[in-house]
Design a protein around this ligand. Structure first.
Ligand code: PMP
Ligand code: GLN
Length: 388
């Protein structure tokens, strides 16, 4: 075989598949890959089941089922006051993963630069590099994981085509604050840059904080590709239904990549999600409260075991510093050891950095808390017995 695409030809298997495989083999509680340990809301599953039984089951429109596009626009108005035309400003994708791949590959050309905030969700970098573009990484600084706004400003140049903004942030669990968001907005306008906003954890924000889409900031309505995930909103991670909203021009551009990647997304699942987006406000609010309670159970359990835990304002994830255990192992070795020996899986935070980045921290690991409380308690007991 001749040389494949250099990005995909040299890529390993994603850390989520690796650690989930190891967890299954070891019979470990899997607090690595982020997915809930229940089946998700019964009424939404029933709505999708009805749609699959009754149809339609042939190709839906390339942009997505009208019912779902309308529901996405209504949700944007209800939660953020955004005024979107569902016909031209909403595109349904096969998960946020496809939304990201479609957006990045539609926007980027060889020679372009894309700014990433490190650590970052693992699919961003390969898609950027496969498009022939280069990532410029700006770091979140532990232990508070704040963004240095001067460092951010100096990453922008004439070559910058886009910045990827992920808030609430995976893996760290931070919610970008107003100063960070307004600086990003100002820099995007000054340098004529598009923001691709990965907001899949929009409804998982705790402690009375609120999620503010960058798209709502002055001057940003036409510069943002906003990405959402029904898998995350409804705890149905296997469904892979995502949404893109933005200006008609940006959405139309991204649809050109989407039509070549997957063309459409299963219609029954789209109708189930359309039903779900119509649920009452309490559904979205209670979910965050319930997750915050699980975060607290895991955080206090891990602190008792001896980990130092970073602040967590949103998402499914807690970041733990392993240095209190006086180990000279890397985060990766530590995760493998606790998976096979303590029977609790986590993922190393270093997997969320560009491999060539300088100064990658190798003493932080990520635990997922969207699990039943008794599972979180059992995981902490196991870690306590093993590490204590
Ligand atoms: N972005 C982030 C930050 C994620 O954590 C995930 C994982 N769910 C995705 C995108 C992908 O979402 P989906 O499962 O809808 O493809
Ligand atoms: N978003 C999930 C996580 O960060 C995993 C997604 C995946 O496995 N690709 O754990």
């Amino acid at each position: 075989m001749k040389a494949p695409n250099p990005t995909y030809g040299s890529q390993g298997t994603t850390i989520f598949a690796v650690m989930s495989g190891l967890a299954t083999e070891a019979g470990a509680i899997n607090l690595g890959q982020g997915f809930p340990d229940d089946e998700g809301p019964a009424d939404i599953r029933a709505a999708a089941a009805r749609a699959i039984t009754d149809g339609p089951n042939q190709y839906p429109p390339m942009m997505g089922m009208p019912e779902l596009r309308e529901a996405v626009a209504t949700h944007a108005q209800r939660f953020y006051g955004l005024d979107l035309d569902w016909r031209t400003q909403v595109l349904i994708t096969s998960g946020a993963t496809e939304a990201l791949a479609a957006s990045l590959s539609a926007l980027l050309s060889p020679g372009d630069e894309a700014i990433l905030i490190e650590p970052f969700f693992d699919t961003y970098l390969p898609v950027i590099e496969a498009a022939g573009a280069t990532a410029r990484c700006v770091k979140l600084h532990p232990p508070t994981w704040h963004l240095d706004l001067d460092e951010l400003a100096s990453a922008f140049s004439a070559k910058t085509k886009l910045i990827l903004v992920n808030t609430p942030h995976n893996p760290i669990g931070r919610v970008l604050d107003a100063a960070e968001l307004s600086t990003i907005a100002e820099l995007c306008q000054r340098h004529d840059v598009v923001a691709v906003c990965d907001e899949v954890y929009e409804h998982m924000v705790f402690d009375r904080l609120t999620h503010s889409p960058l798209m709502t900031m002055p001057g940003m309505a036409d510069r943002v590709v906003r990405i959402q995930s029904a898998g995350k909103i409804f705890s149905l991670t296997g469904w892979k239904v995502g949404f893109i909203t933005g200006s008609a021009e940006l959405v139309s551009l991204v649809s050109k990549a989407h039509q070549n990647l997957v063309f459409t997304t299963p219609p029954g699942l789209q109708l189930g999600v359309a039903y779900g987006l119509g649920k009452e406000d309490a559904f979205f609010r209670d979910q965050a409260g319930d997750l915050a309670a699980r975060r607290d159970i895991l955080r206090s359990g891990l602190e008792k075991v001896g980990f130092d835990i970073s602040p967590c304002e949103g998402t499914y994830f807690l970041t733990a510093d392993i240095r209190p255990f006086d180990t000279d192992e890397t985060d990766d070795a530590f995760c493998r050891r606790i998976t096979t020996q303590a029977k609790v899986a986590a993922v190393p935070i270093s997997a969320f950095y560009a491999p060539a980045s300088p100064d990658i921290p190798r003493h932080y690991i990520r635990f997922c808390f969207c699990k039943r409380p008794q599972v979180l308690e059992e995981a902490c007991d196991r870690l306590s017995r093993y590490l204590g």
